[in-house]
Ligand binder design. Structure first.
Ligand code: 5GP
Length: 199
């Protein structure tokens, strides 16, 4: 019989091969995956990602991610918890932000700028059991910002589910030091001469 474990292994192998085939290393610290995850999206792979991440955590009542690239993955994970709500934090463009929002400042790894991100306080509540989902984990700033929003709302964070973790940029340690479990579909060990080396 084909178990959930076997299915997870097949998926992880498929994702790893896809990253090696189609991922492009930029500046030795950024991986571009525009052809299947971040610009053009492989829809079959997205739902496999959703199923895999959802299989790792239980008791989740809501997904929280950040626009724009987390949305597809947040949605796919939510589907596998029987269509629970998925909320995405918005990157605010104006300096004046409504009073009825939770807000935090997140430094962008790829653009090296800080932006205020917000979630309307109607959509995060005390009693929510939140799984944070994102496409990449690097230094952990995006996830820590999302955790801060949950804290403001009095919501519990169940864990963090990531599509691609860059294991050499320190994000996991910061999250684990906060007592959180991190599950990633693929963990990059390092980049070497423009090539991806996966654990
Ligand atoms: P962190 O906040 O953990 O430092 O970085 C994670 C965030 O930055 C994610 O939301 C992701 O969109 C973006 N990011 C970080 N590293 C990469 C990368 O190598 N490639 C891409 N495409 N995005 C990244």
């Amino acid at each position: 019989m084909f178990s959930l474990f076997d299915k997870g292994c097949v998926f992880m192998k498929e994702l790893k091969e896809r990253i090696l085939k189609d991922g492009i290393v930029i500046n030795d610290d950024i991986l571009k995956v525009d052809s299947f995850l971040n610009h053009q999206i492989d829809t079959d792979l997205v739902f496999k990602i959703g199923e895999f991440i959802a299989s790792k955590f239980s008791g989740v009542t809501k997904i929280l991610t950040i626009e724009a690239s987390g949305i597809a993955y947040g949605l796919a994970v939510a589907k596998y918890y029987n269509n629970i709500p998925m909320v995405f934090a918005k990157k605010s463009k104006s300096a004046t932000v409504d009073d009825n929002v939770y807000k935090t400042v997140i430094k962008s790894f790829t653009r090296n700028i800080e932006s205020t991100v917000t979630v309307n306080n109607k959509y995060l509540n005390k009693g929510d059991k939140i799984l944070i989902v994102d496409d990449f984990l690097a230094e952990g700033n995006a996830a820590i910002g999302l955790i801060d929003l949950c804290k403001q709302a009095g919501a519990e964070v169940v864990g963090v589910g990531i599509v691609i973790e860059k294991g050499f940029q320190g994000g996991r340690k910061k999250l684990e030091d906060l007592g959180l479990r991190v599950e990633s579909c693929a963990i990059i060990d390092h980049f070497e001469n423009g090539k991806v080396i996966i654990k």
